[in-house]
Design a protein. Structure first.
Length: 232
């Protein structure tokens, strides 16, 4: 199962009032394991950046002035997203901005059925608790010391770890064999320490009783007076 964990940064809170998306960061997971593939892009919003928004993510008008328009990078983004489910924290917010940008450049909006909201998952698991990304990272011991300001790719990386914890932790699945063909799987070589600790093969001992053991058992049974199994 392929999933994309993503986050956006914007000029404000409402795309219907003219706010635009200025950054998106995406992390690819397959069978809830990070693949190492990611997508990250800044966009020129073609409007001034409000000071209140800049204080949150640090993206200024000067920084964004030479970045591409969303319309110029939409196909690249859609190709990366593919048909995977899209995971975000307070996902409706990110979906609204992503779909508003797609519609503005003549693309089809992404179906809400593909949306996975970690905020909704957290509300079920921790009712009444603080459910911001920062608060949940603290709850699950996820290091966010390098998060000085909001950043789409950084927040997506943190959310990837949080999503795994919210949905069962790192120990996932009960499969006893790798479903991938051998040609697609590289065999991992054991380290010297693992090789040293690996148990040596010991042949199984015989389990059938010897003649001497059978004789001793028979003598023991004869010494039992009035056994229940002898009653008729």
């Amino acid at each position: 199962m392929r999933e994309i964990i993503f986050d956006t940064e914007t000029t404000g809170f409402d795309p219907q009032s003219g706010d635009r998306m200025v950054e998106i960061g995406c992390i690819e997971m397959i069978d809830r394991v990070e693949t190492g593939n990611s997508f990250h892009c800044y966009y020129n919003p073609q409007r001034p950046m409000p000071k209140s928004a800049e204080e949150i993510h640090g993206l200024s008008d000067v920084f964004l002035s030479d970045k591409k328009l969303f319309a110029d990078g939409a196909e690249e983004l859609l190709e990366f997203l593919g048909d995977a489910n899209l995971v975000a924290h307070n996902a409706q917010f990110d979906f609204n901005f992503l779909n508003a940008e797609l519609v503005l450049c003549g693309k089809t909006a992404i179906s809400q059925f593909r949306m996975v909201d970690t905020l909704a998952i957290a509300k079920v698991k921790h009712p009444g608790a603080k459910l911001s990304l920062d608060a949940l990272c603290s709850r699950y011991g996820i290091d966010r010391s390098h998060r000085v300001k909001h950043g789409a790719l950084l927040d997506a990386e943190l959310l990837t770890q949080l999503y795994i914890e919210l949905t069962g932790g790192r120990q996932i699945g009960l499969g006893l064999a790798d479903d991938k063909p051998a040609a697609e799987t590289k065999e991992r070589q054991p380290s010297q320490k693992e090789s040293a600790l690996r148990r040596q093969f010991i042949a199984p001992r015989p389990h059938s009783p010897s003649t001497e053991e059978l004789e001793r058992h028979a003598a023991f049974m004869e010494g039992i007076k009035n056994p229940l199994w002898a009653e008729t």
